[in-house]
Design a protein around this ligand. Structure first.
Ligand code: CA2
Length: 135
């Protein structure tokens, strides 16, 4: 499952120089089309920290992998970090932008320590790389 956090529903609308000009839903349709039957990809987006935690709890004992872009919660949320530590399903942290080329507050992730890996800076292709890491 791909999980997107806050404001990632606004892709294509603003900040195109940083996040590109494609909305996530159309990218997700392209991504699903790349894989054969037998690889089921699902998508969830929420702007709410608790809803992301609830989703991690809901799927985190049965799904094969989670590709998580927690948006700005990456840099603030001990609660999401604890949720990742509390589930069995491995989580890959992804970011569209190269957070290390940006403001210092984006350089630290509370989540990375509890994830199997981190992918950032490849645009929307970061999600595909995250999926590939599980395959
Ligand atoms: O690069 C990423 O994927 C981020 O996770 C995106 C987050 C940002 O807070 C992280 O530091 C890095 C923000 C997503 C906001 O996306 C917008 C898209 C269009 C217009 C406004 C915000």
């Amino acid at each position: 499952m791909i999980i997107n956090g806050p404001n990632l529903n606004l892709l294509r609308i603003r900040e195109k120089n940083i996040y590109g000009s494609q909305d996530f839903q159309s990218y997700f349709e392209e991504l699903k089309a790349l894989y054969e039957q037998g690889v089921e990809l699902l998508y969830f987006q929420s702007n709410h920290e608790g809803a992301i935690i609830d989703k991690l709890h809901e799927i985190g004992f049965s799904y094969d992998g989670i590709v998580l872009n927690a948006g700005a919660y990456t840099h603030t949320s001990i609660a999401i970090a604890d949720a990742i530590a509390g589930i069995n399903t491995p989580v890959v942290e992804v970011h569209i932008s190269n957070v290390h080329q940006r403001e210092a507050f984006r350089h630290h992730s509370y989540l990375a320590k509890n994830c199997v890996g981190v992918i950032c800076g490849f645009g929307l292709n970061s999600y595909k790389l995250g999926v590939e890491s599980f395959l």
